[in-house]
Design a protein around this ligand. Structure first.
Ligand code: NAD
Length: 500
């Protein structure tokens, strides 16, 4: 099957181009939409430059979805990935709606690729940009946050998505960002979170950032609230160097950063884990452009450059990168970055790759040439460390209820289920306190959180939870979920209600 795919792409000569036994095996997915065109173009450049790789093609994405495999990836592909541990991947189409999960998220999480590294660089004066001095690396956490994909419909009106942030997850990504900065001679690491609102989850990310920053006194560190940080990034990207952030903010802001640097079509990304790594463009499969030989292969090609550095071929990486810079400098541009007056020749995907190949021994004259290997030192991918267990004390429970009655009536039902050991202390609606002392102006849905705490001098325990839920069942309360309330080393492990 392996060579059949290379044959169908007309690439039989690329299977093990050097013919050497020591060639580094790389799993390659040609992807969907523009994927096969840009992957073919990129592989040709890498191989012509002397990349010593043995290509193992796999089929993933649309073909598998359409054949009924809802995960988009089969056992043979997993076998190859676990064997080679290096994945060069073209974009794939994720069918919208239905039961399909994003294959990108599946691969990143299954292979433990926790660090998503996205350099966003401007190339003035050759590619139009609002920010000529821009050279920012976004390091996005890749496994956690709202991307856990744990969602539930709980009532007629309310749906929930769980945001999960772990201490080992924060430690790995933040340490990776500082190690990356040190290895690449960068001066500053900035952290973006929204910990003024999400005090526990984003609060943990920020706290871990501050703890780890102290281990890197040679590198400046700072924190921005993500909203104003995003505004500053869009307006003055020169103010930033390396930025580390949780998954969702990193997803959104790396696209923004790539686009304001010049084009989303130029930006590569490396997904790094303890054992495996995946390299891809940040853009998608652009189905409207497929099969026309117009797509820009630069994002995927530059991801290939990152891959070559990763597998210990920095000299080849340097050759490809400098030839690519020279091509851009010579004004040979695909349609997405072509600008009358700035560009010299509009080319398609294959011709762009040929232009890069022709320049493999050249270096740019105006753009800064790169020296992979000399500029960056290899560093060990940070390990997750076990967290020291805290003294955990159960102090109460939040019971979530589906109800459409007035809050005073609901409060009476909920109070009736309490006893002399624990009491109903608060009801919130979508986080806002509505009992006791709510305001009539507050809009309420059918989804309520009712908080019970141990009465003064009493201890809460799990038997009380069973008792409480039994009482609520007898009263006919439609409880839909419970959340235990713990103190950790005496500190509450739960947030207050808004207005509490
Ligand atoms: P997209 O990035 O595929 O395309 C958006 C637009 O950007 C295109 O219409 C095109 O005008 C332009 N564009 C993107 N890449 C280009 C390139 N290399 N050269 C020139 N122009 C380019 O985003 P989308 O349309 O939102 O998504 C299409 C599909 O891709 C969806 O199914 C989505 O799920 C998938 N996707 C895959 C990945 C991945 O595999 N890593 C990432 C993002 C989106």
């Amino acid at each position: 099957m392996m060579s059949t795919r290379l044959k169908s792409e007309g690439l039989t000569d690329l299977e093990n181009p050097s013919g050497k036994r020591g060639a580094v095996p790389v799993t390659v997915a040609f992807g969907d939409g523009i994927g096969p065109e840009i992957m073919k173009a990129s592989l040709k450049v890498l191989v012509q430059a002397g990349a010593d790789i043995a290509i193992e093609p796999i089929d993933i994405g649309e073909r598998l979805y359409l054949s009924g495999n809802t995960s988009g990836i089969g056992p043979e592909a997993w076998d190859s990935l676990r064997r080679t541990r290096v994945f060069y991947k073209a974009p794939i189409t994720t069918p919208q709606g239905g039961g399909y999960k994003s294959l990108n998220v599946t691969v990143r999480k299954t292979l433990g690729l926790f660090a998503n590294v996205r350099p966003c660089v401007a190339y003035p004066p050759f590619i139009a940009t609002k920010h000529p001095g821009m050279d920012v690396v976004i390091i996005r956490e890749n496994e956690e946050d709202l991307y856990a994909g744990i969602e539930h419909r709980q009532t007629d009106e309310v749906y929930q998505c769980l945001k999960l942030i772990s201490r080992p997850g924060c430690e790995k990504i933040v340490r990776y960002a500082f190690e990356y900065a040190r290895a690449h001679g960068r001066r500053k690491v900035t952290c973006f979170t929204k910990d003024n609102i999400m005090k526990l989850t984003d609060g943990l990310f920020h706290r871990v950032f501050d703890e780890i920053a102290a281990d890197y006194p040679d590198i400046e560190s700072e924190h921005w609230i993500v909203d104003i940080g995003a505004a500053k990034l869009a307006d003055t990207p020169q103010a930033f160097d390396v930025i580390v952030m949780p998954n969702l903010y990193g997803d959104v802001l790396s696209d923004v950063a790539a686009q304001i640097a010049g084009s989303v079509g130029l930006a590569p990304s490396a997904n790094i884990g303890q054992q495996c790594a995946m390299f891809e463009a940040i853009h998608g499969s652009a189905p409207r452009r497929a099969g026309q030989d117009v797509a820009n292969p630069s994002g995927l090609l530059l991801a290939g450059v990152m891959m070559l550095a990763h597998i210990g071929q920095p000299e080849v990486a340097r050759r490809v990168h400098n030839a690519w810079l020279k091509t851009i400098e010579d004004g040979i541009h695909t349609y997405d970055v072509f600008k009358e007056g700035l560009s010299k020749q509009k080319v398609g995907t294959a011709a762009f790759a040929e232009a890069v190949i022709e320049r493999l021994d050249q270096t740019p004259k105006t753009l800064r040439s790169v020296a992979h290997g000399a500029a960056s030192k290899p560093f060990a991918v940070p390990q997750a460390r076990p967290t020291k267990p805290a003294k955990k004390e159960l102090v109460g429970i939040d019971v979530f209820v589906h109800a459409t009655k007035p809050v005073e009536e609901l409060a009476r039902d909920m109070q009736a289920a309490a006893n002399e050991l624990f009491a109903l202390t608060m009801i919130t609606n979508r986080g806002v306190k509505v009992w006791p002392d709510g305001l009539p102006e507050t809009f309420c849905t059918d989804h309520w959180r009712c908080r019970y705490l141990a009465r003064p001098g009493k201890q809460f325990n799990k038997a009380m939870i069973v008792e409480l839920l039994k009482n609520l069942t007898y009263t006919g309360v439609d409880f839909i979920k419970t959340e235990h309330l713990y103190n950790f080393d005496g500190e509450p492990g739960f947030s207050l209600g808004q207005g509490q």
